[in-house]
Design a protein around this ligand. Structure first.
Ligand SMILES: [Zn+2]
Length: 277
């Protein structure tokens, strides 16, 4: 007989429930309806008291753990709407990822700054802005789409796309918003922080810029350089709510190390998705 050692929960866009057993359990997962529930049955596990965790966040109503039968421990995640899930089982640890399509109906254009013959700024460790902006948008696309949103990219590889072409593409995209992704640069390697631009007088762009800036600061914990106005070509000519975000300084070794890491790309994706909620 296996026994449960611990249960940890982390509720977010993609929530994680981690169960630690004293030995590898056998797991069966399925969906029950009315109300919608994700159910995990662990067989050959006993001796657990009942547990009820109210959540009411990210469309998850409640998590329950109970002895369903003498030898079956049952974990139930009750949703306020349809939930999607993935079970990651490695040895004695089982991780359940569960999420709702929180961005259903949202549609955005993500614009990776620079590309091809235009490297953008070249920063610490020889890192090119164009390579990082591409990684950021690709990471953002995966998460937004997982959450039910639609993402179109002005470029999905290392190619040069002229600015008028990016604008035309965005204006014909049928999307709800345009987000251009860049990194800042300065001769002073200690210059740091995140800032987001919009075109002066565009209230729809300003409110998107404010949401994105707040989420970026929350995720990265970098210095908040605030919202700024500018007449950069793309945000001036795109008719959708349009912003341009500078995700830290490519010339700051500490910042670029974080932004360019897999953790940094995940932080950007979460900030982007939360700005669209
Ligand atoms: Zn740039």
């Amino acid at each position: 007989m296996a026994s449960l050692k611990s249960l940890k929960t982390d509720f977010d866009l993609i929530s994680r429930i981690t169960l630690e057993f004293n030995q590898k359990p056998s797991v069966k997962s399925f969906i029950l309806e009315n109300p919608h529930r994700v159910v995990l049955d662990f067989s050959g596990v006993q001796g657990v008291g009942q547990k009820q965790i109210p959540v009411k966040k990210y469309k998850i109503r409640e998590v329950r753990l109970a002895q369903f039968k003498p030898e079956i421990l049952r974990l139930v995640i009750e949703g306020e709407e349809k939930l999607y899930y993935e079970v990651k089982n490695s040895g004695s640890t089982v991780i359940l990822e569960v999420w709702a399509r929180l961005l259903d109906g949202k549609s955005i254009v993500l614009d990776a700054g620079h590309g091809g013959k235009d490297p953008g700024a070249v920063g610490a460790f020889g890192i090119k802005e164009k390579d990082v902006t591409l990684k950021l948008v690709l990471s953002g696309k995966v998460l937004v789409e997982k959450l039910g949103g639609r993402v179109v990219l002005t470029r999905d590889r290392d190619i040069f796309v002229p600015l008028p072409q990016r604008v035309k593409f965005a204006n014909n995209s049928g999307a709800n918003a345009f987000i251009s992704v860049h990194l800042n640069a300065a001769t002073d390697p200690t210059a740091r922080g995140i800032e987001t631009y919009f075109k002066a007088g565009r209230e729809d762009s300003e409110s998107l810029a404010a949401k994105l800036q707040k989420q970026l600061i929350d995720e990265f914990g970098f210095k908040d350089r605030g919202l700024k106005t500018a007449a950069f070509y793309v945000i001036k000519n795109v008719r959708l709510p349009a912003v341009l975000a500078e995700i830290g300084f490519v010339t700051n070794p500490e910042e670029i190390k974080i932004v360019n890491s897999s953790d940094g790309l995940a932080r950007f994706a979460r900030a982007l998705a939360k700005a669209l909620l």
